[in-house]
Design a protein. Structure first.
Length: 526
């Protein structure tokens, strides 16, 4: 655990990618193979489920430190993270526990079969044998909330540098179903005996935001133009008569979309299709909020299946009859995809439309009007491009329409976590509803550090009420909020939900009298 704690300290104390890669390599050179496997599992989100109720953990800590609950709550509000708060209030350890990361993980997993008293004894003894950083990591692993700010690309680049293997094979190996207890480090980084099951997905090919003039892209006929849809990016896999659907977030979502599953089961052959899962009714793509109603449900009623039907818009063909097609040019993969779907007609799986155009200037109007069909803009893909793992600048571009914006007033604020735990960085905004204010969105990004400090000073001076870590503030600060989409929602008091809201700018030139009205905002919904 000591080496792992040093790694966490190193990667969280810098925002420089090369420094993080060096820290990961240093850890890999020192850690035993069993720990390396768990390191990869944790850094790719494969953390164990929580086996101890967090309320018990808080109670046990309070018994040790003997402080009133209100003081603990104030501390928790100031720090913003439960695991960190517990690590700070607990007394210094009286002894030193030396266990490897894999030993800790196995013991934490085995807690599920232990009695409450055994769980308590384990936690208290562990706290008493770990220093602050080790204790913090232990708490996060215990609570099933371990997250680390290292991108998958940084992790892969570090593994490439350490192992000498290709990035594409490493990314492929990281994805899919594998358990730390069932694979060795060498098997994992060499992609041997890993992901050999029929469900294995490929790393997704991603696009960069368009950052150059269209004319700089060269001849228009060298590019394939499609609409950019706001749904669930997914891979539909059919191998050996088994069907699997994976999300871009590496979640197996097959059971959430039975209509796609049913149609793919009727098809013949073996293939992997990349596409967008969308809610489509009578040929029209529905707002993302409608699709969201279908997500993560244990049961799907007949009524919901009828009201929010699902279809897949197929973008690409990655594998056919066991052959990896990713190194073939985009034009060849598209032709093979068209032939596959021609021979396997489906009511739920359709080719993504290719937009025909002669000159680059003709795309401007098409892009500007894309919101009318609930599209986010356009995708520009080089016809000669391979299907890369992750992003490769120059081959695929996303050209999104400008975001929608509203003016709203800050009414709630909460302190952040980590290096921002001393400042109010989590905000809730409201708009007019008659002579009242109604909450419409939360936002966590968009302000500079200087602006965050200014807002925090305002909150400290103008807080009206306190609800745990949340402060109600005087409605005076107006901000322009940008968002990608909007839809009706029964779960929000305003009756609407914004898609990807963020702060565009602080409107110091406006007052609360200038903010938008909810009835006018609803008119933005298609």
């Amino acid at each position: 655990m000591r080496h792992f704690a040093e790694l966490i300290n190193a990667v969280e104390s810098t925002n420089k990618t090369n420094a993080r890669i060096d820290a990961i390599i240093d850890y890999l050179e020192r850690a035993p193979d069993e720990d390396k496997v768990w390191f990869i599992a944790l850094f790719t989100g494969k953390r164990p489920k929580r086996n101890i109720n967090s309320n018990y953990i808080k109670e046990w800590a309070l018994e040790i430190v003997d402080i009133p609950f209100w003081l603990f709550q104030e501390s928790y509000s100031a720090v913003g993270d439960l695991g960190e708060t517990l690590s700070l209030i607990l007394p210094a350890p009286t002894h030193k526990i030396e266990k490897s990361l894999s030993e800790w993980m196995n013991e934490i997993i085995n807690l599920k079969i232990k009695s409450d008293q055994e769980k308590k004894d384990f936690v208290l003894d562990s706290w008493d044998g770990l220093d602050y950083t080790e204790r913090l990591i232990f708490n996060k692993l215990l609570g099933g909330s371990f997250r680390i700010g290292v991108s998958s690309k940084t992790l892969i680049n570090a593994l490439v540098k350490f192992s000498g293997h290709e990035a594409s094979s490493l990314m492929h190996s990281m994805m899919g179903k594998w358990l730390p207890s069932e694979v060795t480090f060498q098997e994992l980084i060499s992609a041997e005996k890993v992901n050999t099951d029929n469900s294995r997905p490929y790393p997704f090919c991603l696009a960069y935001p368009l950052e150059k003039d269209l004319e700089e892209l060269g001849e228009p006929d060298s590019w394939q133009i499609e609409y950019k849809w706001d749904g669930i990016r997914g891979q539909v896999i059919r191998r050996n008569d088994e069907v699997f659907i994976w999300s871009r977030g590496e979640e197996l979502i097959t059971e959430q979309f039975p209509e796609i599953l049913e149609d793919v089961q009727k098809m013949t052959g073996n293939f992997v299709i990349d596409g967008e899962i969308l809610a489509v009714h009578e040929g029209n793509v529905l707002n993302f909020n409608e699709l969201q109603k279908r997500l993560n449900r244990k049961t799907l009623t007949k009524k919901m299946l009828g009201e929010i039907p699902i279809e897949l818009f197929a973008y690409d063909l990655l594998e056919l009859e066991g052959n990896d097609l990713r190194e073939k040019p985009m034009s060849a993969r598209r032709a093979m995809l068209e032939e596959l779907l021609l021979n396997n007609p489906s009511e739920k799986i359709h080719l993504s439309q290719i937009i025909e155009f002669d000159e680059w200037k003709n795309l401007d109007l098409i892009r500007e009007n894309s919101r009318e069909i609930n599209s986010e803009g356009l995708m520009l893909k080089s016809k000669n491009s391979h299907y890369h793992s992750g992003r490769k600048k120059g081959d695929w571009w996303k050209w999104k329409i400008n975001p929608l914006t509203i003016d709203a007033v800050l009414i709630y604020a909460q302190k952040g976590s980590g290096r921002r735990s001393a400042y109010y960085t989590d905000y809730s905004f409201a708009v007019k509803s008659g002579d009242k204010l109604v909450t419409i969105a939360k936002a966590y990004s968009g302000l500079t550090d200087k602006e965050i400090m200014e807002v925090s000073k305002f909150v400290n001076k103008n807080a009206l009420e306190k609800f745990g870590p949340v402060r109600t503030v005087k409605p005076e600060l107006v901000f322009e909020i940008a968002f990608e989409g909007i839809g009706f929602s029964n779960r929000h008091k305003s009756g609407v939900a914004l898609r990807f809201p963020r702060i565009l700018r602080w409107r110091k030139d406006k007052t609360v009298n200038d903010i938008d009205d909810i009835e006018e905002i609803k008119k933005l919904i298609q």
